[in-house]
Design a protein around this ligand. Structure first.
Ligand code: F6P
Length: 326
C-alpha cells in the first residue's frame, strides 16, 4: 500500500521562467486546501542539499502572481548530480518529514528528479517550467508565452531602427537546443528568415533569399536566429552572410536574458495555476514520477522517463509560414 502523503516540498529549478511564481502559489494553496503541510525549498536542488526549507502558509504566496523570477529562487546544482549530494538531500527531506516533491523546472530538473526518486522512495511530480518550450508531454511550458511576447516586443523595436537605416539585422533568441522561441517570434514580427536547430540551415539559400529581396528593393530585413542553430549564433551567421553578400549594412542583436524576465502573461499565469493545482491532485490520486502537462484542453500525466527521453517537435506548418509569407 502506498504511504499517505502528509507534507510536500516544492522547488523551482534550472533557468527561471515567468509564471513559476503562479505555479508555486497554486501548489502551496492547492496543498493547504487538501490539509497538507508545505515547505518551499529555496535555490532548487542545491537548497535541498543545504536544508533551505521554508514552511509555507496561505500568505507566503500572496501578491506574487504578477512577478517574474521565482520567490523560491533557483539554481543548477552540480552537487545534486552526485550520489553523495542526493543522499544528503534525501536526509534533509527526512529531517523535515517531507514525503513528496513538486519540481517546477525543465528537462535537466526532471532528469535529476527521476534519478532521485529511483534511488529513494519519494514520490515526485514535475511541472514544466522553462521559456524554451522544449518539453515532451505538454503543448506549452510555463514561461514560454511570456518569453515569445518579450522577444516579439524587442524585435518590433529592432525592426523600426532596421527600417530607418536600411539595415539587415540578425537577432539571436534563446531556446537552448530548440527553435520554439525563434519560430513564433519570427512569424509574429514578419521576419524574413528564421533559423532553428530543428531544420538544417542552408547559408546559400539564405543569401539567395536576401539577394532576391534586395533586388525587389526591400532595404531592411530581420533574420531571427535560435541560439542553438547548428551553423552557430547570430555573430557567426552574420559573418558568413556578410562575407559573400555585402549589399546590406549588417547589425547583430543578442536578446539574452531579457527573455527570461518580466511579468508573466495571462496565458502563463493561467497555465501555471492549472498545472500547479493538478500536480497536487495527481499526487493525492497516486500519480508518481510523472510530469503534468496540458495537451489541447486536457491535463495529461506523462511519465518523467518519457518526458526527458522524447523531443517536443516543432510544428512544420509554422516553419512553412515563414517561407511562404516573406
Ligand atoms: O533553459 C532556459 C535558458 O534561458 C535557455 O534558453 C538558455 O540557453 C539557458 O537557459 C541560459 O542559461 P543561464 O542563464 O544559466 O546562462
Amino acid at each position: 500500500m502506498k504511504k499517505k502523503i502528509k507534507t510536500i516540498g516544492v522547488l523551482t529549478s534550472g533557468g527561471d521562467a515567468p509564471g513559476m511564481n503562479a505555479c508555486v502559489r497554486a501548489v502551496v494553496r492547492g496543498a493547504l486546501k487538501e490539509g497538507l503541510e508545505v515547505y518551499g525549498i529555496e535555490h532548487g536542488y542545491q537548497g535541498m542539499i543545504q536544508g533551505k526549507m521554508r514552511k509555507m502558509n496561505w500568505k507566503s504566496v500572496s501578491g506574487i502572481m504578477h512577478q517574474g523570477g521565482t520567490i523560491l529562487k533557483t539554481a543548477r546544482s552540480e552537487r545534486f548530480r552526485t550520489k553523495e549530494g542526493r543522499e544528503i538531500a534525501y536526509n534533509q527531506l527526512r529531517h523535515y518529514e517531507i514525503d513528496a516533491l513538486v519540481i517546477i523546472g525543465g528537462d535537466g530538473s526532471f532528469k535529476g528528479a527521476l534519478e532521485f526518486s529511483s534511488e529513494f522512495d519519494i514520490p515526485v511530480i514535475g511541472c514544466p517550467g522553462t521559456i524554451d518550450n522544449d518539453i515532451f508531454g505538454t503543448d506549452f511550458t510555463i514561461g514560454y508565452d511570456t518569453a515569445i511576447n518579450t522577444a516579439m516586443w524587442a524585435i518590433d523595436k529592432i525592426k523600426d531602427t532596421a527600417n530607418a537605416h536600411d539595415r539587415l539585422f540578425f537577432v539571436e533568441v534563446m531556446g537552448r537546443d530548440a527553435g520554439f522561441i525563434a519560430l513564433r517570434s519570427g512569424i509574429a514580427t514578419g521576419a524574413e528568415s528564421v533559423l532553428v536547430p530543428e531544420s538544417s540551415t542552408d547559408i546559400n539559400r539564405l543569401i539567395a533569399k536576401l539577394e532576391r529581396l534586395y533586388q525587389v528593393k526591400q532595404r531592411s530585413c530581420i533574420v531571427v536566429v535560435a541560439e542553438g542553430d547548428e551553423m552557430g549564433g547570430a555573430f557567426e551567421i552574420a559573418k558568413k552572410v556578410g562575407q559573400r553578400f555585402d549589399k546590406y549594412d549588417i547589425r547583430i542583436t543578442i536578446l539574452g536574458h531579457i527573455q527570461r524576465g518580466g511579468s508573466p502573461t495571462c496565458m502563463d499565469r493561467v497555465l501555471a495555476s492549472r498545472l500547479g493545482l493538478e500536480a497536487i491532485r495527481g499526487l493525492l490520486d497516486g500519480q508518481r514520477e510523472v510530469m503534468v502537462g496540458k495537451i489541447c484542453h486536457d491535463i495529461v500525466f506523462t511519465p518523467l522517463e518519457k518526458a526527458v527521453k522524447h523531443h517536443h517537435e516543432l510544428n512544420p506548418v509554422l516553419l512553412d509560414i515563414i517561407d511562404i509569407l516573406s
